[in-house]
Design a protein around this ligand. Structure first.
Ligand SMILES: Cc1cc2nc3c(=O)[nH]c(=O)nc-3n(C[C@H](O)[C@H](O)[C@H](O)COP(=O)(O)O)c2cc1C
Length: 395
């Protein structure tokens, strides 16, 4: 049996999804001078995408950066790069990062519909609302204050959904307007390509609860992310909306815990101190600038910031078993997807597929069985029966 079939055969009825960060900007995912066998080139990334889909990853998440700043000296654009990854793969879904402001919903709706046809339904988007003021200034885009950025993103998503699902779409918003617009062809995926978003703040959560298919957040503990999940799902339930949740993690899986911890120490010992402080200042400003002060990075320490999205905090650092157990603990509090970053992407994605994923699938099955037994004991429904929402996400 091939590795793919093996993983599939072991899947639970509600298997966790796995995504990896596409290193389409230079410097990898840590603000550190440690040597990395990760490359931002197209050739490396196409090979990585092929390895990732064979390893059992469901999604690849691209990044959008218009300028350098605290590393990321070179940045490939997300939509065109995503398309190149789709060309190199057959099953992987690729998520193009989209920044309202530089992009308009009319252009994105058209681009993504076309890519959906070319890729036979494998494109999705990640709507990012912007945190890097210097970048907006550099490209001459007005910098809206925090909650206004989310108000614009929400209109952006509502407009996209309207264009993708309706004919003669009419919309009168504060940021966007459409007059009896009919997009043709519509995307292949129904009702539309999946819409992810990033963030942690009140505004980010509220937007997720109203319009997004997926909410992606910074690294956190199971308790920390549970608070966010409960909060978002309670709000979403008020309007019958269902949001799936993904959490960032920088994965360091090694044969022994000592090896894994030593790699983390090495990354932090080689932190590019000046760049981390500069990133921390910009990021914290972005996190603090949300009125309630709970945005991404609002509470990040120096060590946290060495990984752009607090990925060490999720603690997927240790042996394959330790990592798998922690992943399943995240599922138990409502996480649907692990967004993974790695130091040496290709070889670590391969290792993750061989050593960690099969254990996760086993532990998921075990958890399903336990839940079933408990429910039978209590006379309830079988496990998983009540979990899926009536409102379906695109296939
Ligand atoms: C998983 C994830 C991916 C993100 N990708 C990008 C990106 O590619 N480009 C970008 O400018 N911002 C990106 N962001 C930043 C968010 O869009 C947002 O600006 C940031 O999380 C601050 O949000 P908050 O203040 O609402 O918490 C990402 C955030 C997360 C959590």
């Amino acid at each position: 049996m091939s590795q793919d079939q093996d993983i599939h055969a072991l899947s639970s009825s509600n298997p966790l999804k796995f995504a990896y960060w596409v290193p389409n900007v230079s410097g990898g995912l840590v603000v550190s001078t440690i040597a990395q066998r990760t490359d931002w080139s197209l050739e490396y990334n196409q090979r990585l995408a092929q390895v990732a889909e064979r390893a059992g990853f469901d999604y690849a998440l691209s990044q959008i950066r218009f300028t350098a700043g605290y590393g990321a000296e070179h940045q490939h654009e997300s939509v065109s790069f995503s398309q190149a990854l789709l060309h190199a793969t057959t099953r992987l879904k690729v998520l193009a990062a989209i920044l309202p402001g530089p992009w308009s919903p009319a252009v994105v709706a058209k681009q993504i519909a076309t890519i959906d046809h070319i890729s036979q339904g494998r494109i999705g988007i990640n709507v990012v609302s912007g945190w890097f003021k210097g970048e907006f200034q550099a490209i001459g885009e007005p910098w809206l204050e925090h909650d206004e950025r989310y108000r614009r993103s929400e209109e952006f998503i509502r407009a996209l959904k309207g264009i993708w699902t309706q004919d003669e779409f009419t919309f009168k918003g504060d940021f966007y307007r459409f007059n009896r617009y009919t997009l043709s062809p519509k995307p292949v995926q129904r009702p539309h390509p999946e819409i992810f978003q990033g963030g942690s703040s009140r505004a980010a959560r509220d937007m997720a609860a109203r319009v997004s298919d997926w909410y992606l957040t910074n690294g956190n503990t199971p308790e920390g992310v549970k608070q966010q999940i409960d909060d978002i799902r309670a709000k979403a339930a008020e309007t019958g909306h269902y949001v799936r949740i993904g959490i960032n993690a920088f994965v360091i899986a090694r044969d022994t815990e000592e090896e894994a911890r030593a790699v983390l120490k090495d990354i932090i010992d080689h932190a590019h101190v000046e760049a981390v402080h500069a990133f921390g200042e910009a990021a914290r400003q972005a996190g603090r600038s949300s009125p309630e002060g709970e945005g991404n990075w609002a509470k990040s320490t120096f060590e946290d910031l060495v990984q752009y999205n607090d990925g060490f905090r999720t603690n997927l650092i240790g042996t394959p078993r330790q990592v798998a157990e922690r992943i399943v603990a995240l599922k138990a509090v409502g996480v649907d997807l692990i967004l993974a970053g790695f130091l040496h992407f290709i070889e670590e994605v391969e290792y993750f597929g061989q050593k960690v994923l099969p254990l996760v699938r086993e532990l998921e099955l075990e958890a399903d069985r336990k839940q079933q037994q408990q429910q039978q004991h209590a006379g309830g429904n079988p496990a998983g029966a009540a979990r899926e929402p009536a409102e379906a996400v695109a296939a």
